[in-house]
Ligand binder design. Structure first.
Ligand SMILES: [Mg+2]
Length: 368
């Protein structure tokens, strides 16, 4: 069984509610879908959705352009041999990890279908049938943020990520205090700035919120700034946008800079590198999340699959974009939040999704 054809689709994912982070708003995201077809006619799906310029640096056009190099390089390869596929893609050094990730995820889905196993099993087996998730409260007023936090907790959400940055830090501080004042004991709070503060601002926030139990996620833009900041703050430091690959992550752990990671599948190049990073985090007892900055059922299922293989105490959860979407690829099996958890998709082997033939319309490109 080898990869015979690769179809690449441009697929709009219109939002039904706006999502505000730091200094950008997500309204009309577009996803790049890849469909790998093997010599026996089985199909595997992958996805990369570039929708949040604060959290992602590539664009959908650049992902589509990268496919013109990457897709031909893996035609004829065995999709079950992940390291072979990775090596073939890595010969293009400067090609986007987001494009590699879409193809890598499709190989995992296809391998699951070929071997009649779920991607969860392929990644090492499930430790839970439902994965913990977290919910995001976007940039808004302290009153609205607190109201949102109460509503989410009533729905069973026990992990809240509050967005910050892109406005005066006095407003950020007021918002953090307002949300903290309504939190139940079992709810954890993570303040995610998506690179939005200077070192001085992050320090001021940590001081003003020193009595609040919370973590600070990617408060500043660069790894250098985070290294400078870490010994000066009162709160655990979660690294997201600067956690770009296994070598960087390993060093951030060894240097005691990171207390946890926000991991995005497309930023690191797919499930194959995510598995390496998961193993590293589990070995060192460092918590991580497993999801993506945006995207539909395919990337959501991939995030949930990896998260299901993590010990609960090290799992920071899998966030899903589906509540913001008008369109879903698999209405029955697509991962959905239920009582603060995400049950694993049950639509069959691979990622557990059943996607109707022709769902994504006319391919933007076909490689064979
Ligand atoms: Mg983040």
């Amino acid at each position: 069984m080898t990869i015979e054809q690769i179809r690449v689709y441009r697929f709009p994912l219109p939002a039904q509610t706006t999502y505000n982070m730091s200094s950008s708003t997500v309204s009309l995201p577009q996803s790049t879908i890849v469909e790998l077809i093997d010599t026996s006619g089985l199909k595997g799906y992958g996805e990369a959705c570039l929708a949040t310029s604060e959290a992602q640096s590539a664009s959908n056009d650049s992902v589509l352009a990268a496919m013109s190099f990457l897709a031909p390089a893996i035609i004829g390869l065995d999709p079950t041999n992940f390291s072979n596929v990775t090596d073939a893609m890595d010969t293009f050094n400067h090609v986007l990890p987001e494009a590699k990730a879409a193809l890598d995820v499709a190989c995992w889905d296809l391998t699951g279908k070929k071997t009649n196993k779920s991607v969860v099993e392929l990644l090492g087996g499930t430790l839970s049938d439902a994965v913990i998730t977290y919910h995001v409260i976007g940039i808004t007023s302290p009153e609205d943020a607190a109201e949102d936090a109460m509503r989410l907790q009533e729905l069973g959400i026990t992990r809240i990520q509050l967005k910050a940055g892109g406005r005066s830090i006095e407003e950020d501080i007021a918002c953090i205090h307002a949300v903290a004042s309504v939190l139940l004991e079992e709810t954890s709070l993570d303040v995610d700035t998506n690179r939005g503060w200077t070192i001085a601002e992050a320090l001021k926030v940590s001081e003003a919120c020193s009595s609040i139990s919370m973590s600070m996620e990617q408060p500043c833009a660069t790894e250098e700034e985070l290294r400078h900041l870490k010994p000066l703050i009162y709160h655990p430091l979660i690294i997201d946008e600067s956690a770009t690959d296994a070598a960087t992550i390993s060093k951030l752990i060894d240097d005691e800079i990171a207390d946890g990671f926000g991991m995005k599948i497309t930023r690191v190049g797919g499930l194959t590198p995510m598995k390496t990073i998961r193993d590293l985090c589990v070995e060192k007892s460092i918590p991580m999340s497993s999801d993506d900055a945006w995207g539909g059922d395919i990337i959501a299922a991939a995030g949930v699959a990896l998260a299901a293989t993590m010990p609960r105490n090290l799992n920071r959860g899998a966030w899903l974009a589906h509540p913001y979407h008008q369109v879903h690829y698999d209405l029955v099996n697509g991962p959905r939040v239920q009582n603060g958890q995400v049950p694993l998709p049950k639509g069959g082997p691979g990622l557990g999704l059943l996607i109707a033939d022709g769902f994504f319309g006319k391919p933007e490109a076909i490689y064979e």
